[in-house]
Design a protein around this ligand. Structure first.
Ligand code: MG
Length: 331
C-alpha cells in the first residue's frame, strides 16, 4: 500500500492510496516525491483534471500506464477526498449520487484451497449476507475446475449468483474449451480468461464462448478500456481506481461503458469503489475483495442483505488507523 496525504493552504486534508504487490510500492515513492509534489505545490487542488493531466504528461515517456498509473491513482484519490471534505459532501454524491447502495459480491481467493476449504469460504460469504460469490479457476486440468464449480453450484443452489475468475490462466483455445465446459453452470461471468491486452481474443471469446466476460483490473489506462470495449471484448468492464490512475479516469471508463450499453463493476479497494459505483447509473456489482484493509480502518464497509451502502461521511470517509499501519512503514 502506498498512501498519500495532502494538506492545502487552509489546513484541509485529503488522503489517497493505491495497493501493489509486495516490494513494488517503493518504486512509486520517487515518482510522487520528485515530480508530483512539485506539481501539487504549484496548482489549485480543486482543478483535479488539470493536476491529473500534468502528472500524466510529466511521465509521458516512461509512463502512460503501469506503475505511473498506480502513483497517479494514489494522488488523485487524495485530491478528490480533499475536495469532497472541503465542501462537506461524501464522494458518492459529489460524483453523481445515482444510488445509495450497490449489489456486492464476495471476491474469494480460493484457487489453491482443497474443495472442502473452498466450500467453507463460500458458506462464510453466504453467512455474511452475500447473495453473489466469486470463485477462482485455472487448475492445470480443466476437469478439476469443472468439478470445483459443480461443488460450489451444488452448495449454493440456483438462486445465489456465481462468478468465476481465471486470472489469465488460459490461451484463447484453452479458454474456449473452458467456456464450453462451464456454460451449464449459469455463471454471471468468467473473469480474465486470457492475458489482459489480447483484445481480439476477448472479442472472439465473447462472440463464441456463451458466457459473459469481466475484465479490467490489469488495464491501466482509459485508452486500454476504450480498445477492449471497442473490440466488443467485454460484458462487465472492471476498472480498479488503484491501477488505472484514480477516480478521474475511473469515472471516464464508467461513462464510456454506459455510452456503450455496458454496466460497470470494480476490483479491490471496496471502501473507495462503493462511492464510485453508487455515483453512476450503470453499476452492476461491487467486488468485496478477499484482501481488505478493514483491520486498519475505523469504520469498515457497511453491508446489508447483500448490498454495500455508501457512507455519508465527507470525502471517502475512510479514517486509517495510522498507528497500526506504522508497523509496516517503509520510508
Ligand atoms: Mg480478478
Amino acid at each position: 500500500m502506498v498512501a498519500v496525504r495532502l494538506t492545502d493552504s487552509d489546513g484541509a486534508t485529503g488522503c489517497g492510496y493505491t495497493v501493489l504487490h509486495a516490494g513494488h510500492g517503493d518504486a512509486l515513492l520517487p515518482i510522487i516525491d520528485n515530480v508530483f509534489s512539485g506539481i501539487l505545490l504549484s496548482e489549485d487542488p480543486r482543478r483535479i483534471e488539470r493536476v491529473w493531466a500534468r502528472m500524466w504528461r510529466e511521465h509521458h515517456y516512461s509512463g502512460r500506464g503501469g506503475l505511473v498509473s498506480f502513483a497517479i491513482g494514489a494522488v488523485d484519490v487524495a485530491l478528490w477526498d480533499l475536495r469532497a471534505r472541503c465542501i462537506g459532501e461524501p464522494l458518492w454524491r459529489l460524483l453523481g449520487g445515482h444510488s445509495k447502495s450497490v449489489r456486492a459480491y464476495a471476491g474469494n481467493i480460493d484457487l489453491n484451497f482443497p474443495v472442502e476449504k473452498l466450500l467453507e469460504g463460500v458458506r462464510r460469504s453466504l453467512d455474511a449476507g452475500f447473495r453473489s460469490v466469486k470463485m477462482r479457476l485455472g487448475k492445470p486440468d480443466l476437469h478439476e475446475d469443472v468439478a470445483r464449480v459443480t461443488a460450489v453450484r451444488e452448495l449454493i443452489g440456483p438462486d445465489i449468483e456465481l462468478m468465476a475468475d481465471a486470472n489469465e490462466a488460459w490461451r484463447t483455445d484453452q479458454a474456449m474449451r473452458a467456456f464450453r465446459a462451464l456454460r451449464e453452470f449459469d455463471l454471471i461471468w468468467i473473469e480474465e480468461p486470457i492475458r489482459p491486452d489480447d483484445y481480439a481474443g476477448y472479442a472472439h471469446l465473447r462472440a463464441h464462448g456463451g458466457v459473459s466476460i469481466a475484465a479490467g483490473e490489469n488495464l491501466h489506462t482509459v485508452a486500454e478500456f476504450a480498445a477492449l470495449i471497442g473490440a466488443g471484448g467485454v460484458d462487465f468492464p472492471e476498472p480498479d481506481l488503484t491501477t488505472c490512475g484514480g477516480i478521474t479516469p475511473w469515472m471516464k471508463i464508467a461513462h464510456l461503458a454506459h455510452a456503450n450499453g455496458l454496466p460497470v463493476t470494480s476490483h479491490g479497494a471496496h471502501e473507495l469503489h462503493v462511492h464510485l459505483l453508487t455515483a453512476v447509473p450503470n453499476a452492476a456489482y461491487l467486488e468485496v475483495h478477499g484482501f481488505g484493509l478493514e483491520q486498519f480502518m475505523a469504520q469498515p464497509l457497511e453491508l446489508k442483505e447483500g448490498m454495500a451502502i455508501a457512507p455519508d461521511r465527507p470525502g471517502h470517509g475512510i479514517d486509517f488507523d495510522w498507528s497500526a499501519l506504522q508497523a509496516y512503514r517503509v520510508e
